[in-house]
Design a protein around this ligand. Structure first.
Ligand SMILES: NC(=O)C1=CN([C@@H]2O[C@H](COP(=O)(O)OP(=O)(O)OC[C@H]3O[C@@H](n4cnc5c(N)ncnc54)[C@H](OP(=O)(O)O)[C@@H]3O)[C@@H](O)[C@H]2O)C=CC1
Ligand SMILES: O=CCCC(=O)O
Length: 293
């Protein structure tokens, strides 16, 4: 199967590499074109623009940072829309809001193409290992066509129905994850300040009912103050912002998530946007450290 791939950031690079390793023919494009060279070494071909990738491939996947990037790659000059049409499918796996996804879907369909949103749960390592969870919605025939690629990229894919449902599911999941990360940060801080070992706290958590892979993976690095980005904090804050807007639309009060969003915003203001999202621990430590015991 031949696929185009737009966006070679942390996730896109891992996903495109995986497809190449499994025998897919892949044509890549990235805004910073130099980043394509690593993929060329693995057998990829380079497209000079998103439009040229779509012209070459019947199926094109995008993995871009945020709604602005997702829209730009489709609607701007040399964008996807210039070449999309009958017989061509476009699959956006970026995390965006439902309105962004709907706008892209309508434009692609107006040109005769098909569209699927397919954001993913799982980070850099699951992307490298083909263990993502794919949350697809939109054109069912395109979903069926993409199953061979999804089987390589993920351990499970869901088809969630109409456009917007994949985006919303992803935002709900990441809203929960961002709140949990803040809660873990407060717990580590509280353990430390009250004379307990943060590592022992992690050991206790891992044996109980709230054990989870995120605490197990991120906790030890947080204790070391190490925030090598797997999931950049600026993207987690974007997801909190979009999830809170979804709560607003649906009149759902989310005070816990709103507080978590403030902590991520604060972290961004401290220059931690490109660090891993677990760097929100630095904000919690700062707040916790300013007063008397
Ligand atoms: N990292 C993770 O753990 C996960 C991330 N996601 C989601 O996947 C998406 C990608 O994440 P990730 O790979 O981590 O992000 P990165 O920041 O590593 O990569 C972002 C990509 O978007 C491109 N980009 C940014 N702005 C524009 C623009 N205006 N026009 C064209 N291209 C643009 C970048 O190009 P350039 O190289 O030129 O900057 C790069 O290819 C995000 O929506 C994120 O929320 C989902 C699940 C997990
Ligand atoms: O959007 C990023 C999700 C990261 C994860 O699921 O671990």
């Amino acid at each position: 199967m031949e696929v185009g791939f737009l966006g070679l950031g942390i996730m896109g690079k891992a996903m495109a590499t995986n497809l190449l390793n499994h025998g897919f023919r892949v044509t890549v494009w990235n805004r910073t074109l130099a980043k394509c060279q690593e993929l060329v070494a693995l057998g990829a071909t380079v497209g000079e623009t998103p439009a040229s990738v779509v012209a070459k491939c019947n199926y094109t996947i995008a993995m871009l940072s945020d709604p602005a990037a997702a829209l730009s790659v489709v609607f701007d000059k040399n964008g996807v829309l210039e070449q999309i049409g009958s017989g061509k499918g476009y699959v956006d796996m970026s995390t965006v809001d439902a309105a962004t996804s709907s706008k892209i879907s309508e434009a692609v369909r107006q040109k005769g193409g098909t569209f699927l949103e397919a954001p993913v749960s799982g980070s850099k390592k699951p992307a490298e290992d083909g263990q993502l969870v794919i949350l697809a919605a939109g054109d069912k025939a395109l979903y069926d066509d993409m199953v061979p690629a999804f089987d390589v990229l993920g351990k499970k894919s869901f088809f969630l129905g109409e456009i917007g449902n994949g985006a919303k599911m992803k935002l709900v999941v990441n809203m929960i994850m961002g709140s949990m990360m803040n809660c873990l940060s407060e717990g580590l801080c509280l353990a430390d300040k009250s004379g307990l070992s943060p590592q022992t706290l992690l050991d206790v958590l891992d044996l109980g009912g709230i054990a989870n892979p995120m605490f197990k993976l991120k906790g030890p690095a947080m204790i070391q103050g190490s925030y090598n980005p797997a999931f950049p904090l600026k993207h987690q804050q974007k997801d909190m912002r979009l999830a809170l807007a979804l709560g607003d639309e649906n009149a759902v009060a989310m005070p816990v998530s709103a507080a978590a969003n403030e902590a991520f915003k604060k972290a961004r203001s401290l220059g931690l946007g490109d660090s891993d999202f677990s760097a929100v621990y630095e904000v919690v430590k700062g707040a916790g450290g300013s007063g008397q015991a």
